[in-house]
Structure formats: C-alpha cells, structure tokens
Design a protein around this ligand. Structure first.
Ligand code: LLP
Length: 421
C-alpha cells in the first residue's frame, strides 16, 4: 500500500497534488512519500517485534539524506556498501553502532574510515578481505566486529542480475568453507567474530529461498558455537520483493517474512538484523514526467516522455515493468491507446514500456512512473548530458525539494580543460 492515490481525478502524493509539484519544480522529478516510507519501515519493525532486532535500511536503494534522516528517526539502522554511503549515513545522524558495512570490495581506506568513525559490524565476503581488515584494524589499534557473509548456494528465483546466493555468484564464501574461515578469523589480530551474514538476492517473490538459506544459517550457527565462536548476531540480508504491476499477485508481506525468521532462526537467541531496501523505498516514490510528443507512423505509436533511461534505468537494465499512470484521470469510458513509452536518449534501449495499454494521452500531459523509489534516482546518470532529476519529499500537505536539479553550468563546471589544450 502506498500514498499515491487519486482524489477527484487527480493523482496525489499524500495531500499534495503531484501536478503542483511538477509546476513548481519542473519535470522530470522524483517524488517520495514520507508516510509510505514510514509505513513500510514499520511493517518490518513490527514483523520482528519481540525479537532482539535491528532493521538496517539498504540505503543503496535510496540514499537521499532527508530519507535517511526520516528512517533513522524511526529507529532504522543502515546497511552501507561504500565510504560514500557510510558518510551519508553519518551525515543523516545515524549512530555508528547502527551501521553495517557490506560489499565484496571494500577498500582499505573505506575500512579505516569506518573503523575510525565507528561501525556496528563489517560483513566480510572473502579471505583476502578478512586479511586486509585485520591489518587495517590492527594498524589503527582497533577491533573490527565481523560477520562472514556466507553463500548458501540457494537460487533466489529472481532476475539473473540480482541473484546473489548461488555458488557462481561473486558474493560471500561457500557455506561449506565457513567453519575453516571462522577458525582463521578467530586467530587474527584486530578481528572479533560477532555473527553470520547472508543475502541471497533482490525482488524475491517467494519465501521458499529465504527459508532454505536461513535453515542453513541456523545449522551453521550451531556448528560455529560448538567450535567455540560467540555467534550472537545474524544478518539475514534484504530481498523481499514488491508488486510492480498493480494487477500482479502480490509477493509475501513482511509479517509472513517475520514469521519465517522466527521459525527458522528465532530460537537461537541471536540478535536479528535485516537489510531491506526495495520494500521500504520502492513504492514510496514516483517519477513524474511530461509527454513531449505523441508520434504515430506506419501503424506504430510512441509516447515520448521528457524522462529517459538515464533517469530511471531499470526497464533498460533489467527489462523491469513500471506502471505508468496519468496525473489527471481520463473520463470514464474514454478510449485508451497502446503505445511504446520512450525517452529522448539516443538509443532504442531507452524504452520504458513496449505495447503498453494506456489511457488517452496528449502532448503536455503529465504521467507518473510508479514504484520508482528504490534503485531509481540512485542509479541515475547524466548520460546525454541530461541533468540529474531533482528529488522531492512529501509529508502530509507539505513538500520540499530534497535534491535540486543541477544547472547545466554546474554540470559543465565539473570538467576541466587542461592548459596544454
Ligand atoms: N543487502 C545486500 C547485501 C544487498 O546487496 C542488497 C541489494 C540489499 C540488502 C537490499 O535488497 P532489497 O531489499 O532492496 O531487495 N538495482 C537492482 C537491485 C539491486 C539490489 C542490490 N542489492 C534493481 O533495480 O532491481
């Protein structure tokens, strides 16, 4: 459920008309709903009620400082994957003890920054990374709390590019090797083993792969404890999917996911961390865009928007579906169109939808691409020298620009022409 609903035929973000934001800020523009972000965070928090837990928002999905502050104030921790994300989390006021550092390729500089600034735990993904972290921590006379990310060899049944828990995926260490590596970790200076980490993929629409992975983690917890390790924390990753198309069957909800967690690892007395991103942010955002042209030739029809693949890359990159709806509802019974919805970028991949049934649209109409809160603004680029899309946060009847659209001059100012040219 989200807070982008029609009222008197006009699409609202909570109590603000999206068209009013478009008029004031221009298009394309990303708009987020604070009430939706709050609701989705709480669904996870409540699903784990009674268990010692921390919901660490996977901020790679949406990392605007205002959003991080909002979630942090609700009690969220953060899952970060770079020095930049770590700095963002801290700038948004997230306490170091609520930040976990994930990712297969942390640099020594990133490790040092997190060790110096404070960190809840590093999720370590390989033996060489473990060695580097030990050296960096010992060199700084600090101790790095670690969980080893294990690869359970479970197929998450999701898009090839976002499945992460199969043996040939680059993530984690094979679970069968975990006991050896934990033994090694326990002997290293600057390293303190605190738990186990797993994350098998994103946009999962079934709980079965989670169950398979978590049962393996439960077995490993018992084995490692028997080996003498103090396993007190389990980081179960993120990955729960969202409905992208309104008419599709909805994926399992956080409450069911919470019940699964209790069933599989709830009796181990571990503190539970989860790292949801998409389910919190995905349906909390829309991308508002203007119809520039309607083009019809040889029986083909294109709706050309002012938003493009550089602004929202998911359709081009993953063949992802995003619902596209008008900001003003058409009259009941009005005859719709079927069209390809595309952007202005100079490649055919710049297509948001093919053969999409749409309501009647005219030049100058505004539309919203839905489910554009997660992996949307954060994955934008300036390809074709198109300025990054601004971001707006709505709360009730108020809204604020939380990232301004850069001017063309600001973009050009980042380049330097060397004196010798
Ligand atoms: N934890 C780790 C270690 C992750 O790698 C990810 C996502 C998450 C948590 C959050 O997963 P979520 O709850 O959001 O599914 N750009 C792609 C998605 C990439 C996901 C990367 N990792 C997309 O647009 O579909």
């Amino acid at each position: 459920m989200d807070h982008f609903l029609y009222r008197d035929g006009r699409l609202m973000a909570e109590d603000v008309e999206l068209a009013a934001i478009a008029r004031q800020v221009g298009t394309p523009v990303y708009v987020y709903s604070a009430a939706t972000l709050t609701r989705h965070f709480r669904l996870f928090d409540e699903a784990l009620d009674g268990l010692d837990h921390l919901v660490c928002f996977a901020m790679k999905s949406l990392s605007n400082l205002a959003v991080l502050k909002l979630l942090g104030d609700l009690g969220a921790g953060m899952d970060v994957v770079s020095g930049g994300e770590y700095a963002r989390a801290r700038a948004a006021g997230i306490a170091p003890g609520r930040i976990v550092f994930s990712g297969v390729g942390k640099t020594r500089a990133e490790m040092a920054a997190a060790l110096t600034g404070g960190i809840r735990q590093f999720n370590v993904e390989s033996v060489p990374e473990l060695m580097a972290l030990s050296e960096v921590a010992a060199g700084l006379e600090r101790t790095a709390p670690i969980a080893l990310r294990v690869n359970p060899d479970v197929d998450a049944g999701t898009h090839e590019k976002i499945a992460t828990g199969r043996r040939h995926d680059k993530f984690g260490v094979p679970i069968a090797r975990a006991r050896d590596i934990y033994a090694q970790a326990a002997r290293l200076p600057g390293i303190a083993v605190v738990g186990i980490d797993v994350h098998i993929g994103s946009q999962l629409t079934s709980l079965a792969p989670f169950e398979a992975a978590y049962l393996k983690v439960a077995d490993l917890t018992r084995a490692l404890r028997a080996d003498g390790h103090d396993i007190r924390r389990l980081d179960l990753g993120g990955g729960l999917g969202i409905p992208y198309a309104r008419d599709n069957a909805a994926p399992p909800v956080p409450l069911d996911y919470g019940a699964l967690i209790r069933r599989t690892v709830g009796d181990l007395g571990c503190e539970i961390e989860i790292e949801p991103g998409r389910l919190i942010a995905g349906n909390a955002g829309v991308l508002v865009s203007e119809v520039l042209y309607l083009k019809e030739e040889s029986g083909l029809r294109w709706v050309i928007l002012d938003a493009a693949m550089n602004d929202l890359v998911r359709p081009a990159m993953y063949g992802a579906h995003h619902d596209i709806v008008p900001l003003t509802q058409s009259a009941p019974g009005a005859e719709g169109i079927v069209a390809d919805v595309v952007g202005p970028v100079c490649e055919s991949g710049d297509t948001f939808a093919r053969g999409r049934p749409l309501p009647p649209l005219a030049q100058g109409d505004l539309v919203a691409l839905r489910s554009a809160g997660a992996y949307a603004a954060v994955m934008a680029s300036e390809y074709n020298s198109r300025p990054l899309v601004p971001e707006v946060l709505v709360q009730g009847d108020q809204f604020a620009v939380i990232r301004a659209r850069p001017t063309i001059d600001e973009m050009l100012a980042r380049d330097t022409i060397p004196a010798w040219l």
